[in-house]
Design a binder for this molecule. Sequence first.
Ligand code: NDP
Length: 555
Amino acid sequence: MAGIAVPWSTIVAVTVAVPDGTLMFALIALADTTLLPEVELIDTVGFPAAVAELAAAIEAVVTKASTAKRRMMRLICISLSMELSLHVEDSHLRLVGATYHRAAGTAARLKPQPANAPAPDTIGHRTFNHNLLESDTVSIDISNISNLSVEPGTLPDKMAAWVVRDGAFGQPIDAIKLEEVDVPQPGAFEVIVRVMAAGVNFNNVWAARGEPVSVFRYGDHPETGHHIGGSDASGIVWKVGEGVTRWKAGDEVVVHCNQASYEDPEVHGLDPLAAPSQRIWGYETTWGSFAEFCKVQAQQLLPKPEALSWEEAASYGLTYFTAYRMLMDQAKIQAGDKVLIWGAAGGLGVFATQLCAVTGADCVGVVSSPEKGALLEQLGATGWIDRNEFSGMMRKGNETPAEEKARFKESRRFCQAVEEILGGPPDIVFEHVGQATFPTSVLCVKPFGKVVICGATSGFNLDFDVRYLWMRQKQIIGSHFANAWEATRANELINSSKVRPVLWKTMGFDKVAEAHQLLSDNKHLGKISILVGATAEGEGKTKEGPGAIRAEVGA
Ligand code: NDP
């Protein structure tokens, strides 16, 4: 176990060897002599590395850290129980031993010591208790989070939240940690919602991985220093901020995830999605739904559909509202249109399929199994195609001319299959797969037709034969989430059960990291909701109705 000695100044860096072959840096801050040290996991580097390089790396980290950040340094790691042996030598602090063992749900946290704490080692006027970490490992008890000690209108001081910390990125199971954080107060036109259930989306897999960019670059992250993810929620209005008149404590709501500043002119005449301040709440901002309370803008609130339980109501917003904007406002779907939907049993696809049925459009859904095809039949699709029968049409990139010719031939065969089901080429192609399917989408869509796209699961770099676009005057339309008006209109269709959520699984609040790991590993078979304030599935319905479709596969 290598130790490293560094000057014992305002901030001391310690390296800790971890059994899996990485080195973790912990920074111990003693910025204020009246405070006990606070510790934060800063970075990991590959092992082995020369001690000199490590020292340089530590110095770089310390140099880069802002004063605010140094002051904020706290909490090494949750669900990682840690024992350190630190040895004080003259003016240096040396790590002489460290052991790690995982203990899910526990937090290694530094707190002020009681007056009768054991005497610390002393260097000059600074103090450090080397038993502090071991002795102060605490658990965050979430067994009783459905019982609040406060009434609507009053907020507790602290809450349990699943948090990603800057620099502590990785697989969701490691990076999303349970912490106790301060409960936010609502600002002007803001609302604090008690979360009853939260919906899981892929965006917080990206947040956990820190890819393709760190969420800490955006929104209120620099200010708060934490990322509480979760872009879908159902819950109860708990406290409203100044200026809020449409909502009051006790109202039952669902949340759409678009935020923008009221001061941006785009919000008041163009579209909030065009505003420079536009952010996806619970991804590009913190205070998302994987916590006892979340903080939202009042315009994000929608009435909770009465016939849905909490977990059903939390499951659909992000994907459904996105699909609604894509088809209704961007592609301007009409009765009688023909639509091709990729990933039709997926989170977006199940709603695109239902919206086609509601508007009187015919649609063919692409799926990867007969079970998913059966789900589409239940949702009102005209027909479905198993993409495994056309695997040769998928664009991988860098095909040779001969390979591209063969791929193109398969795309043509696929287009014929689409036309056979729909009785002609599609007016609209619903795209989110990206690189693999985009050339086929452009080829397949009718002359003057529209390819509407909101994502690129298989790759962002799209290349296709543009002659099929201009010669046939086709349109490509980019789309991103939805505005409050679209979310409101879409929610009315859920309220009247014309469109229904599709739910695969409901998990407990202790399973937030695991749920995201399922997505990350592609082991999920559909949409997952998390119970937060709700104690069991089925709670929250205030009216009879069909509720969500329970699917073994899809969504
Ligand atoms: P899901 O994983 O639930 O569904 C996507 C479906 O796409 C999969 O079930 C799969 O269906 C299909 N698919 C995946 N890879 C391929 C491939 N290589 N070729 C063909 N089909 C494929 O995801 P969502 O529907 O929730 O989201 C889809 C994408 O849209 C994501 O990239 C997401 O980030 C993005 N998105 C963007 C939003 C925005 O506002 N911009 C909002 C919501 C999502 P099958 O195997 O059955 O074919």
